[in-house]
Write a protein that binds this ligand. Sequence first.
Ligand code: DAH
Length: 360
Amino acid sequence: MRDIGKLKEEAIRALRGAADAEALEGVRVKYLGRKGELTGLLRALKDLPVAERKRIGPAANVLRRELESLVDSKKAELGGNEGNRVHLDVTKPGEKLRRGHLHPLTRIDKDIRDIFRSMNFSVVEGPEVETAYYNFDALNIPPDHPARDMWDTLWLQSNQKNSKFEIRNSKFLNKSQQLLLRTHTSPVQVRYMETHEPPFQIVVPGRVFRYEATDASHEINFYQLEGLMVGEDVSLANFKFVVEEFFRKLFGKGLEFRFRPGYFPFVEPGLEVDIKLTRDQRQTTNDSRQSSVVSRQSDWLEVMGAGMVHRNVFDAVHYNPDAVHGFAFGMGIDRLAMIKYKVPDIRLFYNGDLRFIRQF
Ligand code: DAH
């Protein structure tokens, strides 16, 4: 039988010297494990004469408890350092990083620009803060004319004397200088024509703003695409070709179109264009949270306003309305994205919910 005093001395030295959790566990097993030295000593007690057993037994049990608590405190001590230690497992497979991607509205905007560029249109942009002149007056919508009610406008408070906006050719100077958030991309027609001569063809993608209650198909801001082609003999036939070509490139062949008369102050004649969705494109209709955009009773869906540029608009930019003609059109990009990606609610594009965004 081993001398218990020596065993104690040796065990305690080994425990104190354990440098890490692994070494500590080795020491524990060596003395306290099932085949450990102290365990063996305790087990051998029963073979000793009674007097011996009474002498060694209690001391051995005290030692066991002492060693156990030493192991515990040493473990806590080493464990405390553990958190600060860097574990580097060079064999571990790498973690996949989640890569970002384009927002669906950005994607369709790119697609649309590409399609029009392929038809030799230039892409032009204009300011989101506009003057009443460009947003209304120059587009044949005079101050106080009821046609202004067609656009629920967010007006801005502005110090008119400091206005950076230069107004050309306005009959209503004060009112025309009023700042607003543009309600459509049509003002860029005027801005472009002021600085360019026909013939040309442009599209104008951009953000527009409306003062209105939101629902599944209405937002206070959304995106539009304006189109304008002006030349000596531009006609509605050209318009029809360009527009049908565009929609077929965006949505695929086999689309049907309907051209209806419609009123917009800056065109004459004015029209509205409907497309007939295929069964697949109408699928969103079955969604219980269906939006009014794609859940009409009829299969026809209104997608744009258009027409031949009104002569008053040409007058405003000093073109000769008898010498040049042009067509213009405007459409909502969000609506096209809702059809293309089967999105039932326009608000999903703007609420920043990643569960939505990650589906694209
Ligand atoms: N600007 C119109 C709107 O926001 C859309 C529009 C209609 C644009 C007819 C046009 C057009 O260029 O010719 O409702």
